[in-house]
Write a protein that binds this ligand. Structure first.
Ligand SMILES: Cc1cc2nc3c(=O)[nH]c(=O)nc-3n(C[C@H](O)[C@H](O)[C@H](O)COP(=O)(O)OP(=O)(O)OC[C@H]3O[C@@H](n4cnc5c(N)ncnc54)[C@H](O)[C@@H]3O)c2cc1C
Length: 201
């Protein structure tokens, strides 16, 4: 799925790798200019807090109060009731199943019943990792991402410093910061015979 709504579309100058191009919504990967907390979440939290939104950090959503028609409140943490105009559930589907089951009248609704089968095959585990290098690692071309096609773990690798603003601190003594994703967690790797889900950090 590509995101659909971003505006405006940034202009990229022609270089050795491609002619000039507009990078707009629907045209492919869009990358933040820095770490997602600092460049995305923190700004949203600040803006929403200024608009009067109250955050309840670090406390689990346990259950909903349901009057047979509408969700009237959410119970979080050790029983605090949070009442809102709208209640949006955005947990993982596994957690959603548990939360709905605590309110049987809600769990019985036609659409809500669909969550159970959705999770029946268990989670699809993806693992993200970062590798920091003390020296700048040069990639063969700009704006490059790598799919390690012969890896049992189905890995992708990206060098963040390609996209992040110069002012972003990569970390103490870090000159190149690669992020990677392993999308297959259960196949044993050829070097140690270990599947990702059994590897230590
Ligand atoms: C390794 C990896 C790499 C990825 N890379 C990319 C990428 O490069 N680009 C991209 O666009 N997407 C990527 N994705 C996908 C992207 O991260 C997800 O699609 C996205 O985060 C889903 O957002 P979400 O808010 O729906 O759910 P989540 O981010 O899963 O958020 C659900 C939240 O609910 C919380 N929660 C669960 N239960 C409770 C409870 N009872 N009470 C309160 N909170 C609860 C969880 O702690 C979590 O914070 C990647 C995913 C993975 C796993």
């Amino acid at each position: 799925m590509k995101q659909l709504t971003s505006q405006p579309s940034p202009a990229h100058r022609a270089d050795a790798d491609s002619p000039a191009w507009q990078h707009g919504a629907r045209s492919g990967w869009l990358l933040l200019r820095g770490p997602s907390s600092e460049f995305w979440f923190d700004h949203w939290v600040k803006s929403l807090s200024a608009a009067g939104v109250a955050f309840h950090w670090g406390c689990a959503l346990n259950r909903f109060d349901f009057d047979g028609t509408t969700i009237t409140a959410a119970q979080v943490g050790s029983g605090e009731r949070v009442v809102a105009d709208l209640h949006v559930l955005a947990t993982t589907p596994f957690s959603a199943v548990e939360i709905f089951e605590r309110t049987p009248a809600l769990a019985r609704l036609d659409q809500i019943c669909l969550f159970g089968p959705l999770t029946a095959d268990g989670p699809h585990v993806q693992v993200s990792f970062r590798i920091g290098f003390g020296e700048r690692i040069r990639w063969p071309r700009e704006r490059c991402a790598v799919v390690v096609a012969d890896s049992e773990f189905d890995r992708t690798i990206f060098a963040e410093e390609q996209a992040w603003a110069n002012a972003v601190d990569l970390g103490d003594d870090i000159a190149s910061l690669w992020t990677g994703t392993a999308c297959v967690s259960s196949a044993p790797g050829r070097v140690h015979g270990l599947a990702v889900e059994f590897c230590t950090k």
